[in-house]
Design a protein around this ligand. Structure first.
Ligand code: S3P
Length: 196
């Protein structure tokens, strides 16, 4: 497996080798489990995954919260769009997107045209329970703010999604299995013949 920073994972040598025919974008509200599910799936199938926020932090040398305080949400959204385009044009990856990636129409276009979009659904109450450190999520500064953003986002997630998966009362493994089944059925994830 190739990690986000380009290093390889020696442990995965016995895992079946899968290939992606197009990028898979995980979208959904903060706390939906996008990063954990993409990672679990990547580990299981020896395919590469990248978390957009982590990638942005590596490229800029700054935490997402620092970017928000230095250039505001708008500045962050510009960096996010550039990053999405870059990742969408790479060899297919599992990409866990930041929760606000669907806000810009240009991003929704990239998601739809370049990849397969998996929407992980979570309620705002459940999201609040799952997020233990809100300091890393500037927009989850209060439950009221998060609820307002959540309501406005739902139609955008639904519009962008190729498939929606309800994550309520499910653990990461269960969600990852569900996603894997969909990706196989759609012919997006397939088992490459073992090289001798
Ligand atoms: C955001 C979600 C965060 C991060 C930033 C903004 C949002 O990512 O991109 O704090 O607008 O919903 P996660 O969804 O991975 O928490």
């Amino acid at each position: 497996m190739i990690r986000e920073d380009g290093s390889t994972d020696e442990e995965s040598s016995d895992a079946p080798e899968y290939e992606l025919t197009k990028p898979v974008f995980f979208i959904g509200f903060m706390g939906a489990g996008k990063t954990s599910v993409a990672r679990r799936l990547a580990r299981r199938g020896s395919v590469a995954s990248v978390d957009m926020d982590t990638y942005i932090e590596r490229c800029t040398g700054k935490k997402v919260s620092e970017i928000f305080s230095e250039v505001g949400e708008e500045g962050f959204r510009d960096i996010e769009s550039e990053t999405l385009l870059e990742l969408a044009n790479r060899a297919p990856l599992l990409v866990s997107c930041g929760g606000g990636v669907v806000l810009k129409a240009e991003n929704r276009k990239i998601l739809g045209e370049k990849g397969f979009v998996v929407y992980l659904e979570v309620s705002v109450d459940e999201a609040a329970k799952r997020i233990d450190d809100v300091s890393t999520r500037p927009l989850f500064n209060s439950f009221e703010n998060a609820s307002r953003i959540y309501q406005a986002r739902i139609p955008l997630y639904e519009e962008a999604a190729d498939i929606a998966i309800d994550t309520t009362d499910k653990d990461i493994d269960t969600i990852a299995w569900e996603v894997e089944a969909v990706l196989r059925k759609e012919g997006i994830l397939w088992q490459a013949p073992k090289s001798l």
